[in-house]
Design a protein around this ligand. Sequence first.
Ligand code: NDP
Length: 490
Amino acid sequence: MTLAQPPSAPLDWQYAPSKEAPDLVRLERSYGLFIDGRFVPPLSKQKFWTVNPATEEPLAEVAEAGEKDVDKAVRAARLAFSEVWSPMPGAERAKYLFRIARMIQERSRELAVLETIDGGKPIRESRDVDLPLVAAHFFYYAGWADKLDYAFPGLRPQPLGVTGQVIPWNFPLLMLAWKVAPALAAGNTVVLKPAETTPLSALTFGALTAEAGLPPGVLNILTGAGATGAALVSHRDVDKVAFTGSTAVGKMIQRNLAGSGKKVTLELGGKGAHVIFEDAAMDQAVEGVVNGIFFNQGHVCCAGSRLFVQENIHDQFVAKLKRRLSTLRVGDPLDKNTDIGAINSAEQLERISELVAAGIEEGAGIFQPECALPTRGFWFRPTLFTGVSQSHRIAQEEIFGPVLSIMSFRTPDEAVEKANNTPYGLAAGVWTQKGSRILWMADRLNSGVVWANTYNKFDPSSPFGGYKESGFGREGGRHGLLPYLKVEGL
Ligand code: NDP
């Protein structure tokens, strides 16, 4: 920008690139399975590549665990449970968890880069949201490890045994923290399977726990695809299954485990409703909506992917939203100025593209800002649909991408009815200046979480989970301990 520019000329400037250094991460060429405190080659002898979705370059070769590997990991976890971890006093377990939390903080810059190159999310998010929350979860549950009797007074809480945990690719390390931290704090041992497209941060975490001196077998990491996950959750010596992922796979797991006596929690998909009333602080609400749907490319189970705007402010709100969308920066996830990074995989890009094509086909109006996309990698422009009706696929199905479906309403009753018109029930946001209306809405929305005048706010002390096809069980807070404990009388 030059000072001599006439006042009417549009500002024509760009941010200078500000790239985080990829060499903060030292990758192995090939990774084994993390079983019994060390990396071992897979008995299956199978391997696969994990790629950087922003460049399509292969990053490392990763082991694909077969049934024998699953069995080996579960045996290691069983032995560690009965010999070491469950007899250990809670105060001693806490020391390991505190140490792990501190090591995560010490290595957070490296782990953030790793998360970004393996998953495609902007470094701004992995650095400022994912990693601080990962450490906070370990600190939080470390604090509970010696206080379980106070968490459930008089109910004699006991650990369950070996837990089988399966997590998705959208928040690889954070989903690990949500599952591993409470399970270990409660005295259980863990076999965890990360998603096929994002295995590297979990493997690095495994190595970190060995450095922290965590006894062998307490945590085991099995990389692999869906078949590895299926073998893990159905292993007869797994006492508790914790799954986060799609509703379709969640249903399959529940069917397979019916009658097995295993304790199960499922954190599944969502189709979050963001409701904007006429009295809302409009510019703040626009920022909240942008954060709600474009954070992590919309790969968020609780993404506010359906927007309901009160009819009399609809046009003004949509105009502001379009203007804001035009300022979002799509591109290199390692650049600190990037708002929207790469789509996690070619398959997910295909699914997003298919649903967006369905939206156009069904007659909704599409808006995408002009922006140049990189030539390699998986990318999708931030997208708005207006004129969406309740029956459109884009209003009903989880897109799991940067796509917002906008609808309008006239009365609070109509807003509730439309917001609840989905098989899901994970999260919602309400924007209004009236506290009484927030409480009225929160009472009526079928949603595990309702945010008021904000969106996507997380804290380890606050429980999170769904209703209906979004699953059951809670993660976070004291509630998040319960799925990992036998508690008398509950
Ligand atoms: P999946 O449910 O397929 O994957 C979640 C995890 O389960 C992954 O580790 C996956 O392995 C594993 N898995 C797959 N099949 C089985 C099985 N039969 N038994 C046990 N574990 C299994 O979700 P996707 O990653 O394929 O994403 C598809 C859709 O799921 C998304 O479009 C989105 O709608 C939703 N989703 C919801 C998430 C949420 O947080 N609620 C998170 C991620 C996805 P692998 O990675 O090898 O397939």
